[in-house]
Design a protein around this ligand. Structure first.
Ligand SMILES: Cc1cc2nc3c(=O)[nH]c(=O)nc-3n(C[C@H](O)[C@H](O)[C@H](O)COP(=O)(O)OP(=O)(O)OC[C@H]3O[C@@H](n4cnc5c(N)ncnc54)[C@H](O)[C@@H]3O)c2cc1C
Length: 438
């Protein structure tokens, strides 16, 4: 049985079709990961929410193709629901999922490896175990932490911050470090810097503040949580989170708006922002989020009007392929802006799953020589604000194509906290896991 230790300790290795004892093989720049077969090949770089959803739905669509998923982790770790795991409301089994069973069931090959490069002119993906060519490529690598915005190329400060004040926004051992941090906190000021938008799961840092506050209150830890928020107000579900901060945790949570980070000194535990200067005892420091390394390596990052990187992939807003490359699709958090009205789809697991499904349908239609018809996602997020009684709030987004062909967004916040929304959250998670991990 794969467990948390396996998740943390595992390095790169081939999962699918690996012999019991594999002799070490020297990987050169021409080593082939897999020879090309007769069928068209779809390579999926990144086997998280978006990548595995695309793989599963290519099977559901009956796409006559060979599908290969390249993923660095040996096991699936769910970021949704992980805030509740931090304070023991959920156990580890709820988040950990086997990926090998689904790969067999849905007829794709899962290779545990690191994607090290993408050469679109040659239609090749380079990995730590050799190169693989593709007919269609789905890039679904999620996000990376943009510490350079704070520290430039000061690797010492970056490594120290990553280790001492982890962000916990990617599927890796940082979550265990944050859990230990919360459980060992003896009191004092715990600071959270929120990334500027767009970032992964916009309401989740506020949820993390609420569950930590609940845990400190329950265990009578004399803690203060200071949220340094670059936005002018709490959003989304601003009313619901504000009510939770004011009514449930008035002595614990302090939310500071318009607090854009100017300077972080992790060694002396000090942060200077446009709204306040704060000293801290401990911290969860979330730097800006950017598209994963693989998007930069594939030269797919968009540019602003003045030529700076947008830090997200430039995509066709409805066809979802790279602006300049119709054989490369972008799925999940890597996606750039899709609308002048609202900018980016929320960077959520719900959207990543939905877009994975849509891209699978689009590719299957193209393989069958059919017309590709526009489909849009929706989004749904539940956020726990109290552990006892268990209560949550939620936000929903709906999308529509306007007569001029642009996409519009409608947002529905449910600010009244309730136990029913906690129930709905569990049903949502089970529905999602059942969709592509069962
Ligand atoms: C605390 C927290 C709470 C959240 N709560 C919710 C929620 O309630 N609801 C919701 O909808 N969303 C939630 N999210 C957001 C959600 O987790 C992400 O939006 C979602 O994971 C995005 O899917 P993705 O496929 O784009 O990226 P990921 O799921 O991160 O998948 C990317 C995959 O690519 C792999 N990868 C990256 N680079 C490489 C490489 N070079 N080589 C090989 N593999 C690579 C990674 O290991 C990863 O498995 C939450 C996130 C966090 C952090």
């Amino acid at each position: 049985m794969l467990n948390r230790r396996t998740f943390i300790a595992a390095g790169a290795a081939t999962v699918a079709a690996a012999p019991a004892i594999a002799a070490p093989v020297a990987v050169t720049s021409t080593t082939m990961l897999k020879p090309k077969g007769k069928k068209p090949r779809i390579v999926i770089a990144g086997g998280g929410w978006g990548g595995l959803s695309a793989a599963r739905h290519l099977h559901a669509q009956g796409a006559d193709a060979e599908v290969v998923v390249l993923e660095r982790n040996p096991i699936f770790w769910s970021l949704p629901m992980s805030n509740k795991w931090l304070i023991d409301v959920l156990n580890t089994d709820y988040l950990l999922h086997d990926m090998i069973g689904p790969s067999r069931k849905y007829g794709y090959e899962l290779v545990q490896t690191e994607v090290t490069g993408i050469e679109r002119d040659k239609k090749i993906v380079r990995t730590s175990q050799g190169q693989i060519d593709y007919d269609f490529l789905i890039v679904a690598g999620g996000i990376r932490n943009g510490y350079d915005a704070w520290f430039g190329n000061d690797e010492k400060a970056i490594e120290f911050t990553r280790r001492a004040y982890p962000s916990g926004y990617t599927a890796d051992a940082e979550h265990v470090a944050i859990k230990n941090k919360i459980h060992n906190f003896k009191g004092g000021t715990m600071v959270m810097t929120l990334p500027p938008p767009p970032h992964r799961c916009p309401p989740s840092p506020y949820e993390r503040a609420c569950v930590m506050a609940w845990y400190f209150k329950k265990n009578k830890i004399p803690a203060k949580i200071v949220i340094l928020d670059p936005k002018p107000r709490i959003m989304p579900i601003g009313g619901g989170f504000k009510a939770a901060f004011d009514e449930l945790y008035p002595d614990i949570i302090q939310h500071i708006p318009n607090a854009k980070v100017k300077e972080v000194d992790p060694f002396n535990k000090k942060i200077v922002t446009t709204a306040a200067e704060v000293k801290f005892d401990d911290a969860i420091l979330m730097p800006p989020h950017q598209a994963a390394d693989m998007v930069w390596r594939a030269d797919l990052i968009g540019k602003t009007a003045d030529g700076k990187p947008t830090t997200w992939a430039e995509i066709h807003p409805t066809m979802l392929h790279a602006k300049e490359d119709p054989n490369v699709y972008l799925v999940g958090d890597v996606m750039g802006a899709v609308s002048k009205q609202f900018g980016y789809y929320p960077k959520s697991a719900h959207v990543a799953n939905y877009i994975g499904k849509i891209v699978a349908i689009y590719i299957a239609q193209r393989l069958k020589g059919q017309e590709v018809k526009t489909l849009l996602p929706d989004n749904l997020c539940y956020m726990m604000v109290s552990g006892e009684p268990k209560e949550a709030i939620s936000v929903q987004f709906d999308y529509e194509i306007m007569p001029d062909g642009t996409i519009s967004q409608k947002q529905i916040d449910i600010d009244i906290r309730s136990a029913d929304l906690v129930e709905e959250d569990h049903k949502w998670a089970q529905r999602m896991y059942g969709d592509f991990l069962a």
